[in-house]
Design a protein around this ligand. Sequence first.
Ligand code: GDP
Ligand code: ZN
Length: 365
Amino acid sequence: MRGRGRPGREGPRGRKGGGAGRGALREGLTTALSVRHAVVHFPDGSSERCDLAPSLFREESEFTRPVAAGDRVRVETERGRSRIVEVLPRRGWLSRLRGGKEQVIVANVDQVLVVGSAAWPRFRPRLSDRLIVAAERARFEPVVVINKIDLVEDRAALEERLAVYRGMGYLALATSTTTGEGVDVLRERLRGRITAAAGPSGVGKSSLLNAIDPTLQVKTAPISDRWGKGVHTTVKSTFHPLAGGGWYVDTPGMRSFAVAGLDPADLAVFFRDLAPFVDACRFNSCTHDHEPECAVKTAVVQGKASLDRYRSYLRILRGDKGAPVDGDDEEDEDLDDEAEDSGAGDGGGEDDRASPSGAPSDPRP
Ligand code: GDP
Ligand code: ZN
């Protein structure tokens, strides 16, 4: 199947209606979760801590929890107590695999900032491309950000990379929270939207947020402080309201983004630059790897598609065939692995451990 997305998977729905004749239902946005509660923001600007109705919990659910950050929910209030009685269908979600179930990191955002760093830590194109695939699959628009641009003198390679993304129709920005470069454009792009920021720790996701909205004063940490001791940074998605409207959602580290249940023959669909060529491949089920008369490979050889992007494609494809990857926040700190540069097919690099899964042991079709 070449179709995009996941047929028949619209996310959870709670009990319809929430119970006859009881308190009026209000619709809101879930911005935080604890084990038994959720914080819901309502359109009038108010927010409340809500219980989760028992009817939301279903044994057979493919998700670890009935409610996720970013969920649109219906809330019933009775005798001063509010509880979520229904989760509205999700437009899309980012998730990781946990014990065979999907743990939703964030649902229903408008766009994903795929944040990398130009230097310290070095830019890692495989990782950015993996996040772009996760965003595309969730049907969230990717926005590519290469931060700390002030730390590089020779920008040519990075500009080339940005040009590839721009050629695909993405907004792709070089930013610096030190010099302010790119910050105004980013601020405009975030206004009024719900934006998830994704990328490894230390690339400047919190600093970017502070640059965009200095009133927020989100905590940042020098990278040396966390790499040494493997300090855990964000474990949950954190919603920050933006002054100009909208939300900035800081998400857990990149290894968390599993793309579950992905058919290898469908992966190219999520590479906007490679997708246009796939229909001309000889085999319908072509994975654009070893097959003869592959139009994608031909396009790469002829310079019509980026070799570097094709490398990212192969990396994800081949990682998919390996063991499933359970995202682990601690592993996110392991950013000094050089395996990434040793070629597309070594199968042993960091990105394989972080690969979108959908591997054989994934129980779902
Ligand atoms: P996060 O883990 O992605 O949220 O990263 P932080 O925002 O905590 O930033 C990590 C470190 O990088 C901090 O020491 C920041 O001061 C530094 N940093 C962030 N943005 C920039 C930048 O544009 N240029 C430089 N030189 N350093 C930056
Ligand atoms: Zn092909």
